[in-house]
Ligand binder design. Structure first.
Ligand code: GTP
Ligand code: MG
Length: 432
């Protein structure tokens, strides 16, 4: 039996990776390094890293039997309390390994869930994380988990409420239902808040965790948002106003960063937090170009956007942290020709921020349109609809009615032109 430790004593972790058919040695090293950052972020000490080459994982124990034995000795010798695998384990594999080693076993998803649980601040984030944790944990409930849940703290046992863990599956299922209902309520409230909000151009920052999204948010909006050199500094969505170069106000949202092998339960339950990105007019994809694996990061982000069904939204690609590379770096040269539309910035040093703002305006205008209506004075009630459909650029009393000029997304424009056909003010007249 593992001994009950004081919560302030950090877990002593061993990380395990598998070099299988579809990975290269470099990829594995990069993944394990990222896992190490994650495990450290979760508050554990990393004492050893081990990997095994195998064409496919072992069904029962993921790594081979011999490796299980070898690691058992290491675990005892180093006083390891937690083993973290870089890939997803089946509930049965977790059970078998925990039985063999008598320490807690987690996979990447488990660690990410733990970090999210630690960082969640708002009610919405807390509900989302607890929901994801319970769904992840339900099939993995085992003797060791239930035993460990009696101690306070410790990785893998936090978050879902220490009381829930020691109860049985039936209680967990009931809790899941309760949380799902609660989340539905929160989603409805959020939607209502959004409806009440004025209709402004909406931009959403997306990107791999630690890419510099929050730093850019600060640079663009002068908002005081949390910036930290750690993974998942931001969990909640912040929305702030800023001004496009033309002077018109717009909204920018900053949200949770993406990561490879993000637990699907987490993406599902963070849908409401990600709603700002899902409903934005333009996405701003921030890439940390100084990271050696930035190309894989870009791929992960694209895949995550695809899961959210927003991969085809107009997107401005932003290569950040250029201050970390020499100006004549071959990477930058390559990227400039590969992505001629991208903007190269340093959010921290404020380099090329104005250029980025100009690009945001151009891209937004590229998929929105300007419309004008003359509303007869007897039809002024329609003004409200126009106001919520787009951004009012001009309002002027003419002899025949009220001239209203607005900019709105193309799809909305098409609808408005159909609906209020007789009040449309011809575009040609407008410029005259
Ligand atoms: N050198 C340099 N560092 C930067 C730049 N932009 C951001 N950083 C640093 O990168 C780290 C991460 O920045 P954040 O803005 O918190 O990143 P994020 O994308 O919001 O990260 P998450 O919220 O964790 O997903 C911080 O230490 C920043 O100071 C930049 O342009 N240059
Ligand atoms: Mg952030």
């Amino acid at each position: 039996m593992p001994t009950v430790k004081h919560p302030s004593v950090p877990e002593r972790a061993l990380l395990v990776g598998l070099l299988h058919q579809h990975t290269t040695r470099e990829e594995l090293e990069d993944h394990l390094q990222e896992l190490e950052t994650l495990v450290r972020s979760a508050g554990a000490e990393v004492l050893a890293i081990s990997w095994q080459q195998r064409p496919t994982p072992d069904v029962a124990t993921f790594i081979g039997r011999g490796k299980v034995e070898e690691l058992r000795a290491l675990i005892e010798q180093k006083g390891i309390t937690l083993v973290v695998f870089d890939e997803g384990l089946t509930p049965a594999q977790v059970r078998n390994l925990e039985r063999a080693w008598n320490v807690k076993v987690l996979d990447r998803a488990g660690i990410i869930l733990h970090i999210f649980a630690e960082r969640a601040r708002t009610q919405e984030a807390k509900v989302q994380v607890e929901l994801a944790q319970l769904q992840y944990m339900l099939p993995r409930l085992s003797r060791l988990w239930t035993h460990l849940s009696k101690q306070v703290g410790g990785i893998g046992t936090r978050g879902p409420g220490e009381t829930q863990l020691e109860t049985d599956r039936r209680l967990i299922r009931r809790r899941i239902q309760h949380l799902q209902r609660k989340l539905e309520e929160i989603v409805a409230q959020r939607a209502q808040r959004r409806r009440r909000r004025e209709e402004l151009p909406r931009f959403a920052l997306v990107g791999y965790t630690n890419a510099g999204k929050s730093t850019l948010m600060r640079a663009l909006t002068a908002a005081s948002v949390l910036v930290e050199d750690r993974l998942f500094a931001t969990l909640d969505t912040t929305v702030r106003r800023f001004r496009l170069p033309g002077g018109q106000p717009a909204l920018l949202s900053d949200t949770v960063g993406f990561l490879r092998k993000l637990p699907p339960q987490l993406i599902a339950s963070f849908h409401s937090t990600l709603a700002e990105a899902i409903e934005a007019d333009v996405l701003v994809h921030v890439v940390d170009v100084s990271h050696p694996s930035f190309r894989q990061h870009m791929q992960v982000v694209t895949e995550t956007l695809r899961t959210l069904n927003i991969a085809t939204k107009p997107t401005v690609l932003v290569f950040n942290k250029i201050d970390r590379l020499p100006a004549d770096s071959p990477v930058l040269r390559e990227l400039r020709s590969e992505y001629p539309e991208a903007v190269f910035i340093s959010a921290e040093r404020g380099i090329n921020i104005r250029k980025l703002l100009a690009t945001l305006q151009r891209v937004y205008e590229g998929q929105s349109e300007e419309l004008a209506f003359v509303l007869p004075y007897t039809e002024l009630r329609l003004l409200r609809h126009l106001r919520t459909s787009g951004q009012i650029l001009q309002q002027e009393a003419l002899p025949d009615g009220l001239l209203v000029r607005l900019r709105c997304p193309l799809a909305i424009g098409q609808r408005l032109r159909g609906q209020y056909a007789s009040y449309v003010y011809p575009a040609g007249m407008l410029n005259a």
